[in-house]
Ligand binder design. Structure first.
Ligand SMILES: [Fe+2]
Length: 386
């Protein structure tokens, strides 16, 4: 097989990529992009999914998709009226049906030279078809797995992947600090997305809550491009079976004027905007009170560094009758039940570094089991419906 591939590539080199005989009024070269990462799925909702992949050379992208095994629908992105051409491809599918299995094929077509007129094109590459299932609030159950603070340890990510029962997991949540800091796109994939998406296998979506370490490093400002959601921000909500899931960004763990940030952090207005969204969301979204359970996933269990402290956030979560908050950051397991000794009326679960929190929700209870990658059970918890 390898020898055949070698002979083929030598043959292609030998003919020096001739222009194909074709009907297009522009040149099409005999060259295809290579898909180097993905496709992977980000934060499916009941009607949307975001598909991301990389190619080695500049290309334009589309996704063919449809319910069941149908691939007759096409999603073609545009940005300000232009078809994006690059090596990172993001396609949002929308107007999907809840609780429906879809097939999809990621397609990238090489753009050899982006001339003003008659750009030179190449051929396409396709990945798949793969499948995904949209979320559905009417579904009587949902199961998901949560990992956290993988901190660039790819061996750890592989062990966590092995500990996850993928067949019965509807989606994976990573509650942040996948990095010490983020350097480059290659670093982003090598230290986190490549091993993580290997577990997701093109079919299960990733839901990501940003950690404080992901606000650091030269590539931190590009992170969202690789875990994009249609909302365009790191905080949003999803309905998955009996769970109304709220994803929050707990920002940095130190004040903006801490010297190490050299006045390049401005989390005060950012977190104020996020708090305004959180308050408005729980007040105006009917599903928040109607869902059997409300779960928040976020990085810092203490809500991060906040100029006014966390009281307004805790109060909002309490008033919204949030049942469970799942966080990380401390690298060690802890659990604080609601009660008179604490200020919160939710169960607070802090997942350790080499642990998987598995949540199985039905309309009557939330079952949580935290296990270690060595197979031991760390904690189990059953939260009945209020
Ligand atoms: Fe952290």
């Amino acid at each position: 097989m390898i020898r055949r591939a070698l002979i083929l590539s030598v043959a292609i080199l030998a003919v020096a990529a001739p222009v194909l005989a074709q009907s297009e009024p522009y040149r099409v070269f005999d060259t295809r992009p290579v898909i180097t990462e993905g496709p992977y799925l980000v934060a499916t909702s009941e009607t949307t999914v975001t598909i991301v992949w990389l190619t080695d050379t500049p290309s334009h992208a589309e996704v063919r998709y449809g319910p069941g095994s149908d691939l007759s629908m096409v999603a073609q992105p545009q940005l300000d009226g232009l078809v994006p051409v690059g090596t990172r491809h993001v396609v949002h599918l929308n107007k999907l049906l809840p609780g429906t299995s879809y097939s999809y094929e990621a397609v990238a077509t090489r753009v050899v030279k982006l001339n003003a007129y008659w750009p030179d094109k190449g051929l396409d590459v396709r990945s798949g078809p793969h499948q995904f299932i949209t979320f559905d609030r009417r579904s009587p159950s949902v199961s998901f797995s949560v990992v956290t603070d993988t901190h660039e340890d790819t061996g750890r990510i592989n062990r966590l992947n092995q500990a996850i029962d993928w067949g019965s997991t509807d989606f994976l949540v990573h509650t942040g600090d996948a990095f010490h800091w983020i350097d480059t796109e290659e670093h982003l994939f090598r230290a986190w997305l490549r091993p993580t998406t290997a577990g997701l296998a093109h079919t299960k979506p990733l839901i990501y809550a940003r950690g404080n370490h992901e606000l650091r490093g030269p590539f931190a400002r590009r992170l969202f491009d690789y875990v994009p959601v249609p909302e365009g921000r790191f905080y949003y909500a999803r309905d998955a079976g009996p769970v109304h899931l709220i994803v929050l960004d707990t920002g940095e763990d130190k004040p903006d004027d801490t010297n190490v940030y050299a006045e390049l952090n401005r989390t005060v207005p950012y977190r104020a905007d996020e708090l305004a969204w959180f308050r408005e969301h729980v007040k105006t979204t009917a599903r928040v009170s109607e869902a059997p359970f409300r779960v928040i996933v976020m990085h810092q269990p203490g809500w991060g560094w906040l100029v006014d402290g966390p009281d307004a956030w805790v109060e909002t979560a309490n008033e919204a009758a949030v049942d469970l908050v799942i966080a990380g950051h401390r690298h060690r397991f802890s659990y604080a039940p609601p009660g008179p000794d604490v200020d919160h009326s939710y169960h607070l679960l802090v997942v350790g570094q080499d642990q998987v929190a598995r949540v199985d929700a039905t309309t009557s209870e939330l079952k949580v089991a935290v296990t270690s990658t060595d197979g031991s059970i760390v904690h189990t918890l059953v939260i009945p419906r209020r």
